[in-house]
Design a protein around this ligand. Structure first.
Ligand SMILES: Nc1ncnc2c1ncn2[C@@H]1O[C@H](COP(=O)(O)OP(=O)(O)OP(=O)(O)O)[C@@H](O)[C@H]1O
Ligand SMILES: Nc1nc2c(ncn2[C@@H]2O[C@H](COP(=O)(O)O)[C@@H](O)[C@H]2O)c(=O)[nH]1
Length: 217
């Protein structure tokens, strides 16, 4: 630790942004995350581990680490998750190593996690975490998006719609809320949040020494 209490080295000279996106299923956080990542190549995705089945086109290790319930429980026992939760009857967890390395290296990370995961992240990495909640324009449009995505059975869509209001009820725990009506506008707002958060004074511990030197002139 340096004298100002911060770890001494951050990549790029600043603390990273841990950007947690939550929403009811189908509001668009995965699509927004992927586009934000493509526009910000220095940012990385926290690839979660899950016991749910892959959807068509999902790649193991890229979209999720797909594991059995036994393997997931073994990872819980081994303390390998930063946080984990049961969502829609399946297990989902954030691997610990990526989060700890990101904090150490000052790297920006995006998390696609539910309200439980966002709460855990904010509790354990309060200084670095920024929480963004994505709202659909209406529940009818939410269901329409889940149907048009064409990757879930009618029963799964029904179950997810039944949980939508429960997830939405946590909206006020978030730092920012974006209504994902027009996709380009929602993406622009997400970019603005990321760029403003990168500039926050608290993410630039080098300023302490810089200002000390200015004052000593
Ligand atoms: N602004 C938008 N207008 C219309 N369709 C959208 C918009 N944003 C996303 N979509 C579409 O809605 C569907 C659901 O989006 P996405 O998979 O990103 O949701 P999600 O919040 O990640 O859902 P889940 O939690 O189930 O993974 C996708 O087919 C996506 O292309
Ligand atoms: N608490 C966590 N929630 C997670 C994690 N990874 C994903 N999720 C959330 O689960 C639901 C369902 O996701 P889906 O891909 O099956 O549609 C969604 O709300 C995700 O945000 C995690 O590691 N921890």
């Amino acid at each position: 630790m340096s004298s100002d209490g911060h770890p001494p080295i951050f990549r790029g000279g600043r603390r990273g942004v841990l950007l947690a996106l939550s929403s009811p299923s189908g509001a668009g956080k995965t699509t927004l995350s992927k586009r934000l990542l493509s526009q910000n190549p220095d940012m990385v995705l926290s690839v979660s581990t899950t016991t749910r089945q892959p959807r068509p086109g999902e790649v193991d290790g890229e979209d999720y680490n797909f594991v059995t319930v036994e393997a997931f429980k073994a990872q819980i026992e081994a303390g390998e998750f930063f946080e984990w939760a049961e969502v829609f009857g399946r297990y989902y967890g954030t691997p610990k190593a990526l989060v700890l390395n990101a904090i150490e290296d000052g790297r920006d990370v995006i998390f696609d996690i539910d309200w439980q995961g966002a709460q855990a992240l904010a509790a354990q990495a309060a200084e670095d975490t920024v929480r963004v909640f994505i709202l659909p324009p209406s529940l009818d449009l939410l269901e329409d998006r889940l149907s048009k995505r064409g990757q879930d059975t009618p029963q799964i869509i029904k179950d997810r719609m039944a949980r939508a209001k429960d997830e939405i009820s946590h909206w006020h725990e978030y730092d920012y809320v974006i209504v994902n009506d027009d996709f380009a506008r929602a993406l622009d707002k997400l970019n603005q949040i990321l760029h403003a958060e990168r500039l926050k004074r608290s993410r630039h511990p080098w300023l302490n020494g810089f200002v000390d030197a200015l004052m000593a002139e």
